[in-house]
Design a protein around this ligand. Structure first.
Ligand SMILES: O=C(O)C(=O)Cc1ccccc1
Length: 265
C-alpha cells in the first residue's frame, strides 16, 4: 500500500504514517495538499493528515481539504504524542542561536520556550519539522524544533520544549472512495452547515441527543464564499453499522446543508 504524508523522514507525519501503515511503501511529500493530491490522482492508496492538536486546536487546512474532496474518507485514526526538542549543532550555546526553523504548528506549540530562552532568534517557517534539518545543515547559528530523535552532529534539548508537555496530535488515514470505510467503527466524523434559522445548531445537535450519541469533537469553519456562514465539523462515538447511527446520519443529511460524511474509524 502506498502511503503519502508530509515528509521527509523524521517529520511527525512520517511517524504517524509508520503507526497507521507499518508495512507500506512510503511517499513523503512537501505539503498536506501534495499528499492529498497523490491520493486523488491515484498515485497513492492513502494519505496521513494531522487534523487536531491538543495545544493548537484544529489543523484547519486539513479539515478544509477533507471536506472539499468529495471522494476522500477517513478510515483510521492515530493519536501521536508529540515530544518537541530544540535541535542545534553540537557545542553551540543557546545565546548564539540567531534563527529557529520549523513547521508553523511546531513553532506555535513552543511559543513560551522560544520567547523566554531564544528572544534573539528569528523564526523561519519551513515545510515540515524534518525539512528544517536540511535547511539548518548550511547554518552554524541556527536551531530547529523537531521530533525527539538522535541526529549525528546535533544536540537535543534535554526536555520537551512545548508549552504543555502532554501534547498530542490526532492523525487520520484518508482513502479515496466510500467503499474503503470500515464496516464497524468506534467513531463517526461528518461536516455540514445549518439552515439559516433560529436554533439551527441546536436542532442539528438535538439529532445526536435523540439517538443518544456522544459527541467527541465540534469545530466551526467559515464558509469560504459566504461571510457569516459556517461549516460544522462534528465527531461522535458510534458504530457506523448500528441502526441508531444510520438513522441519525440520515436525519442529519435531511436537516443540514452540504452534508458530507468525512469518515469513520
Ligand atoms: O512538520 C511535521 O513534522 C509535521 O508532520 C506537521 C506537524 C508539526 C507539528 C506537530 C504535528 C504535525
Amino acid at each position: 500500500m502506498k502511503t503519502a504524508y508530509l515528509g521527509p523522514e523524521g517529520s511527525y507525519s512520517s511517524l504517524a504514517a509508520r503507526k497507521l501503515c507499518p508495512t507500506a511503501e512510503y511517499l513523503p511529500r512537501k505539503s498536506f495538499y501534495a499528499a492529498v493530491s497523490c491520493v486523488l490522482a491515484c498515485e497513492a492508496d492513502c494519505a496521513v493528515l494531522p487534523v487536531e492538536n491538543t495545544l493548537q486546536g484544529a489543523v484547519a487546512q486539513n479539515l478544509d481539504l477533507l471536506y472539499a474532496s468529495a471522494e476522500l474518507f477517513a478510515v483510521k485514526e492515530y493519536l501521536l504524542q508529540i515530544d518537541h526538542r530544540l535541535i542545534f549543532r553540537r557545542g553551540v550555546n543557546l545565546s548564539r542561536i540567531e534563527r529557529v526553523f520549523s513547521h508553523e504548528q511546531a513553532i506555535l506549540q513552543c511559543g513560551k520556550f522560544l520567547s523566554e530562552n531564544l528572544p534573539q532568534a528569528k523564526i523561519v517557517y519551513t515545510d515540515s519539522t524534518a525539512e528544517s534539518l536540511s535547511v539548518m545543515q548550511k547554518e552554524t547559528d541556527a536551531g530547529i524544533v523537531g521530533a525527539h530523535m538522535a541526529r549525528e552532529g546535533y544536540e537535543l534539548s534535554a526536555e520537551n520544549i512545548a508549552d504543555e508537555k502532554k501534547n498530542f496530535t490526532h492523525f487520520l488515514l484518508v482513502k479515496r472512495g466510500e467503499e474503503h470505510l470500515p464496516v464497524h467503527s468506534g467513531r463517526v466524523y461528518f461536516a455540514a452547515s445549518c439552515p439559516h434559522e433560529p436554533g439551527a445548531l441546536l436542532k442539528m445537535l438535538q439529532i445526536l441527543a435523540v439517538y443518544d450519541l456522544n459527541m467527541t469533537k465540534i469545530e466551526s469553519r467559515p464558509k469560504k464564499d459566504s461571510p457569516g456562514e459556517y461549516n460544522f465539523f462534528i465527531e461522535f462515538e458510534g458504530d457506523i453499522a448500528a441502526n441508531g447511527v444510520r438513522a441519525a446520519l440520515s436525519r442529519l443529511q435531511e436537516y443540514t446543508k452540504n452534508f458530507k460524511l468525512l469518515g469513520c474509524y
